[in-house]
Design a protein around this ligand. Structure first.
Ligand SMILES: Cc1ncc(COP(=O)(O)O)c(C=O)c1O
Length: 440
């Protein structure tokens, strides 16, 4: 059995998270419940930052908050001196409400609206990661109208697709994101921006994939981007001070996953950037990264209560929980795998195998195909690990199921940071319909 971060098993045989008893948390706040081990988040942030500090290189570690966006986690991220990636007006609004230092906010997205860009200018955020030519036009108009400067990075697709242990290189990438590096789009975007009066081109950005378990693809990406920046310097004399290599560092969802320590990814990146800079005579740029999952993924655990159970003789045993694809879409969406534990019987022998079914009206609503557990019964508390990234943030009200509460646990204390939705919340935006009221 693998425990994450501060997790332990206490004398009652209960799983603890952040020094708190998860069964007590389930009793106090109800289930399903997302519980976050905040110390783990802090430790990861510090590990990434420390590696850059030790190498003596300029850097920013930005929390890719699409993984989990709430006021409370933004407050912790700010305490840890992280920068912050947002991808929508909603995430930006949440960050502003959380009092995030605006100069540390980076705005991403492949179709930012004029209103979103305006909001970014008005807030005075640190940087916009520009994705396409339409956005360049909008930004030029806005900055000239408002007479306000804005730092920008150009997002490029370097023709590298990385997943887990493999990556493929493609001449041209079929992606909705960014300017293609190979076919001249990136050059054109550079020409259109580098000498603009208000837009300050800081450098290039790429994000090559997710759940990446080795360093080779990051090394290749840094080489390609840096060589492009060096070529532009040759042509125009313009030096971009920043290289942003995105996120995608893998985590351990199940025993099949063997991620590297954050420091290993970062050390290799730094090494490659230094070598490539030296070879091309380019000043070593600041390196920015944007981890999401590797900061928050294994910090999150979802607690469920087991309800109905069903045996299909000779085939499988189902144990159904009080949540499912409405609080974690990843298994149904792309077959994501998770590991689990009975939080109230954490020391018991794992002598049964269950399929963990959700409660949504979809046959595909299964959280885990084969969970090794002790003999389970209705009322047991099931903890599903590593649900901290893309769980709450992708949750829905499918079947009009209310979204769970979120609790932070740290140093033996726990605190509610997102309230459980109520049935009343579910109909809050609904309006009645009557034929008489139709406007003519
Ligand atoms: C541009 C960008 N940066 C960072 C991330 C974070 O990736 P991960 O959570 O895998 O670290 C993503 C994820 O989709 C992304 O699109």
């Amino acid at each position: 059995m693998h425990l994450y971060g501060t997790q332990t098993i206490n004398e009652q045989g209960h799983l603890t998270i952040g020094g708190t008893d998860s069964v007590e948390l389930a009793n106090t706040y109800g289930t399903p419940l997302y519980v976050y081990d905040i110390q783990l988040f802090r430790d990861r942030a510090r590990a990434f930052q420390q590696t850059f500090e030790e190498a003596g290189i300029g850097y920013q570690v930005a929390y890719a908050s699409k993984a989990f966006s709430t006021i409370a986690i933004y407050q912790v991220a700010a305490e840890e001196s992280l920068s912050l990636d947002v991808v929508s007006a909603g995430e930006l609004y949440t960050a502003i409400k959380a009092g995030y230092p605006v100069e540390k906010i980076h705005f991403h997205g492949n179709n930012k609206s004029l209103e979103e860009l305006q909001m970014a200018f008005e807030a005075g955020i640190g940087c916009i990661v520009v994705d396409n030519f339409h956005e360049i036009d909008l930004l030029k108009k806005l900055s000239e109208q408002l007479k306000r400067p804005m730092n920008i990075l150009l997002r490029v697709t370097p023709g590298i697709e990385a997943h887990t242990h493999d990556y493929i290189t493609t001449g041209q990438e079929d992606s909705k994101f960014g300017f293609d590096l190979k076919n001249g789009q990136a050059d054109k975007a550079f020409q259109q921006t580098y000498d603009h009066g208000y837009l300050k081109l800081m450098g290039l950005h790429c994000h090559i994939g997710s759940q990446i378990f080795d360093t080779a693809a990051f090394q290749l990406a840094s080489e390609k981007l840096l060589q492009k920046m060096a070529a532009w310097k040759e042509e125009t004399g313009y030096t971009c001070p920043v290289l942003n290599l995105g996120g995608g560092f893998g985590i351990r969802y199940t025993e099949e996953d063997q991620p590297l320590e954050p420091a290993v990814y970062v050390k290799q990146m730094i090494e490659t950037v230094k070598q490539t800079s030296e070879a091309s005579g380019y000043p070593i740029p600041e390196i920015w990264i944007e981890p999401g999952r590797s900061l928050i993924g294994d910090a999150g655990t979802t607690l469920y209560t087991i309800g109905s159970m069903k045996e299909v003789p000779g085939t499988r045993k189902y144990a159904a929980v009080d949540g499912g694809m409405s609080d974690n879409i990843r298994p149904a969406l792309y077959g994501a795998k998770y590991s689990s534990l009975l939080a109230n019987k954490a020391n018991a022998v794992l002598d049964e195998t269950y399929t963990i079914a959700g409660k949504c009206c979809e046959s595909g609503d299964k959280l885990i195909e084969e969970a090794k557990l002790p003999a389970a019964e209705p009322g047991d508390i099931l903890s599903v690990f590593c649900t901290g990234a893309y769980g709450y943030s992708m949750a829905s009200n499918y079947n009009r199921i209310a979204r769970p509460a979120v609790v932070f646990a740290e140093n033996g204390n726990h605190q509610l940071v997102v309230k459980r939705e109520t049935n009343e919340d579910l109909i809050k935006q609904d309006l009645s319909y009557s034929q008489q009221a139709l406007k003519k």
